[in-house]
Ligand binder design. Structure first.
Ligand code: C5P
Length: 206
């Protein structure tokens, strides 16, 4: 069984996916972390994120391992845990440029498709491109203001700056982020985390 949970930036996908996966007793897989890890390594190597080929060959020299733990995914590069550095603002700002390269998307998709089901897959295009065969698909939305307010608890910037950055990232991500025709769209704005998880579990079981 594969359950896909896609949605816009800061729509609550990770917390929701983790809760759904725990309730189902299966792992969850965060595809965004692979894009973030590619971005972090590119920035550290001072590569131009607008160019796919040098970044891809750099990544091929530094094999990554995604550890899909139920409480939160971790990404390792050898013995180094990259996870704590993947949510800094520099990575937020650069990741859409990396995710826009078809070669980089193929690199991420290949790693995801190697994972043994069952799992919950979270991202932008899990239900459309990567796992079109998934048994249950969901797409989370919420207004930019609500998402910025949620994220302000985790970032040093103020709500207005976070909202502006989210709107910009939404615009850049639009190409790869659309609900699958068979996905159930859930507006998480008026719902608590527990309510979103319950809605999804109802959909998975029903
Ligand atoms: O989900 P998260 O916000 O961590 O994803 C970071 C970025 O990775 C997104 O803004 C998007 O550019 C990219 N991404 C993607 N496709 C996915 C998951 C993430 O393009 N399936």
């Amino acid at each position: 069984m594969i359950v896909t949970i896609d949605g816009v930036a800061a729509s609550g996908k990770s917390s929701v996916s983790s809760g759904v996966a725990r309730a189902l007793g299966i792992p969850y897989v965060s595809s965004g972390l692979l894009y973030r890890a590619a971005t972090l390594l590119g920035l550290e190597a001072r590569l131009d994120l607008g160019e796919a080929a040098p970044l891809l060959s750099h990544l091929q020299m530094l094999p990554l391992r995604l550890e899909p733990l139920p409480e939160g995914n971790r990404i390792w590069q050898g013995e180094r845990d990259l996870t704590p550095q993947l949510h800094q603002s520099a990575v937020d700002a650069g990741v859409s440029a990396v995710a826009a390269h078809p070669e980089l998307r193929a690199w991420v998709d290949e790693q995801l498709r190697r994972l043994p089901p069952p799992f919950v897959a979270e991202g932008r295009d899990m239900g459309t491109n990567v796992f079109p065969q998934a048994g249950a698909k969901f797409y989370l939305t919420a207004s930019p203001r609500i998402r910025a307010e949620r994220r302000a608890a985790e970032r040093p910037e103020d709500v207005d700056a976070i909202e502006a950055a989210l709107v910009e990232r939404d615009a850049r991500d639009r190409v790869q982020s659309a609900p699958a025709p068979d996905a159930r769209v859930i507006d998480t704005g008026p719902l608590s985390l527990e309510e979103v998880i319950a809605e999804i579990l109802k959909g998975v079981k029903g």
